[in-house]
Design a protein around this ligand. Structure first.
Ligand code: UAG
Ligand code: ATP
Length: 504
């Protein structure tokens, strides 16, 4: 519940209020006749109105007819950036920025649940989900299942029940609604991923985190519906550093010095980590068998020692170290950290299988330059002999620059590129593939097989024992996005398991 009076105060504090419209009159003050009213429900979807709802008119695809539908379904309040010529007996609240206003109103409506949670927030081009899951496994033990999670893959509000997420970072209204639900469920901690889009579209406007972790940065998400250029992408991403009480930075990240400067401008609580990096506050060194050793000149967190994780790749050890530091900062002890990390699994990330004839097969969610480059260089090091087969496509409608990037990375590492379908959206997969092959050097053998299952089957059939097959891009996605629809897909993992089971 929220009184109209409080809502007005909050909007004024944030300099967001333009005017009220009530009975065709405008005013800057709350209209007298309604200033004692309270708001009992918020929504930005005209199909979910309740009697007396406040409706947010927001979004690129917004139409006046949605407001008309909302009013006729009983919305008494609407918030918008412009006055709409509609028949309305309720209150129009006109603001300068609808997404900021939605964030400010939502946090007030849900009673500032962020103040009742210790929040770890992750950003970076790659590794957010993996590191968030490392934290989740640790905090599950440390808090006895009182940790919520908002990740790209799943949302957990009661410490154990996972539902599929729609966005990496939810819209502000959903964010605060879910935080409140988590608090009501007894959660004390929250781990969340913060995308660059979340800052660009003010989903996290006004929100501060207890610990903010910046993993890495590399050009991505640049295109018509995301960021106009790298500068904008990087600017949005580094906003996390201004909104975190304590910051953890990866010394091995590009632009580290700049990130450190931004962080220090906001907080003196900056900790760094890195691989075999003497300047880092915490360093990790890879040992045999997937273990790694953490050392520090001054172990304020009391976390030095040897740890083991199930995920391959030294980059995942870096992700794990960031999780060790972040969870320690919010109260996890070393025992919980050890146990949590040893149990952690992240579906579709670095899952390795071996076929009957002995070919190693990796299923991994790598779907941009940084991740594919990291993945293939790791696989090359692990399997220096034999040919490297890569089954890969690229998404339609967004991240267009990834296609040429994939061509370049495949040129550097792959022997055989099997080009296939990966969420083509409204584009023809053949055209996406043509963009990839345009950047592919002659040396790399190529084969176009649009049906992804057939492409995987071909790779497993053709690769010899000493060869290695990488199935990149889809991770554990069980759908293909085609023309706005999620079409069910068996999944790279399941297909591979079935093929191996049937004698491959
Ligand atoms: C730019 C942006 O923030 N887009 C999100 C945003 O869209 P929008 O505000 O423009 O709204 P819209 O979908 O155009 O619809 C307009 C409004 O009409 C309403 N409506 C619609 C139909 C109707 O009958 N009645 C009605 O009221 C809708 O509820 C909506 O409020 O709000 C929608 C939910 O209301 C999201 O689905 C949508 O995500 C888009 C599709 C999306 O997928 N964005 C991606 C790029 C994204 O944000 N990705 C990042 C991860 C990227 C990374 O890895 O870094 C993420 O955080 O997920
Ligand atoms: N620290 C890292 N550096 C480079 N690549 C990484 C790192 N961590 C993970 N990856 C690669 O990126 C892929 C995706 O990992 P993950 O899902 O954790 O990242 P994400 O940041 O959540 O990605 P997205 O924004 O696409 O959801 C992994 O499958 C792996 O190939």
């Amino acid at each position: 519940m929220l009184s109209l009076e409080t809502l007005t105060q909050r909007l004024i504090e944030h300099d967001l209020l333009k005017e009220f419209i009530y009975q065709n009159q405008w005013s800057y003050q709350t209209p007298k006749a309604v200033d004692t009213l309270t708001i009992g429900h918020l929504t930005y979807d005209s199909r979910t109105i309740q009697e007396g709802s406040l409706f947010f008119c927001k979004g690129i695809g917004f139409k006046q007819s949605y407001l008309e539908q909302a009013i006729s379904a009983g919305a008494f309040f609407y918030v918008a950036e412009t006055v709409y010529e509609v028949e309305h007996h309720g209150v129009g609240i006109i603001v300068t920025d609808i997404k900021k206003a939605m964030a400010v109103i939502s946090m007030a409506f849900y009673g500032y649940p962020q103040n009742e949670l210790k929040i770890i927030a992750y950003t970076g081009t790659k590794g957010k989900t993996t590191a968030a899951y490392f934290c989740k496994y640790i905090m599950e033990i440390a808090t006895k299942e009182k940790t919520a999670l908002f990740s790209t893959m799943e949302t957990i509000l009661d410490g154990k029940t996972a539902t599929k997420s729609l966005l990496t970072t939810p819209e502000s209204l959903d964010l605060y609604r879910m935080m409140r639900e988590a608090v009501t469920n007894g959660m004390s901690h929250l781990i969340m991923e913060v995308s660059s889009q979340a800052y660009k579209t003010n989903r996290v406007y006004g929100l501060s985190f207890d610990v903010g972790v910046f993993l890495n940065i590399s050009p991505d998400h640049i295109g018509a519906i995301e960021h106009p250029d790298f500068d904008d992408y990087f600017y949005c991403k580094r906003q996390l550093l201004h909104h975190s009480k304590q910051v953890i930075l990866n010394r091995d990240s590009d632009y580290f010095e700049m990130l450190a400067e931004f962080s220090r401008a906001n907080t003196s609580e900056v900790l760094t980590y890195g691989q075999d990096c003497p300047e880092a506050d915490y360093r990790f060194h890879s040992l045999a068998g997937g273990e790694f050793e953490v050392t520090s000149h001054q172990d304020v967190l009391k976390v030095t020692g040897t740890y083991g994780i199930n995920l391959l790749g030294d980059f995942n050890q870096g992700n794990a170290l960031s999780a060790i530091m972040a969870t320690s900062l919010v109260g996890a002890d070393q025992q919980a950290i050890h146990t949590g990390l040893s149990k952690a699994r992240v579906a579709g990330r670095m899952e390795k299988m071996v076929t009957g004839k002995g070919t190693s097969v990796y299923v991994d969610y790598a779907h941009n330059y940084l991740s594919l480059q990291t993945l293939l260089s790791f696989v090359r090091l692990e399997h220096p002999a034999g040919q490297l087969y890569v089954v890969i496509g690229s998404t339609g409608g967004k991240g267009v620059s990834r296609r040429a990037d994939f061509g370049r990375v495949l040129s550097d590492f792959a022997d055989v590129a099997i080009l296939t379908t990966d969420d083509p959206g409204n584009e023809a997969p053949e055209m996406i593939i043509a963009d990839i092959t345009a950047a592919l050097v002659e040396r790399v053998e190529r084969r176009i097989i649009l049906d992804r299952k057939a492409a995987i089957t071909f790779a497993l059939e053709t690769a010899k024992a000493e060869d290695v097959v990488v199935l990149a891009g889809k991770g554990n996605d069980l759908y293909q996005i085609v023309e706005g629809q999620r079409i069910p897909y068996e999944g790279d993992l399941k297909i591979t398991e079935t093929l191996i089971g049937s004698g491959y």
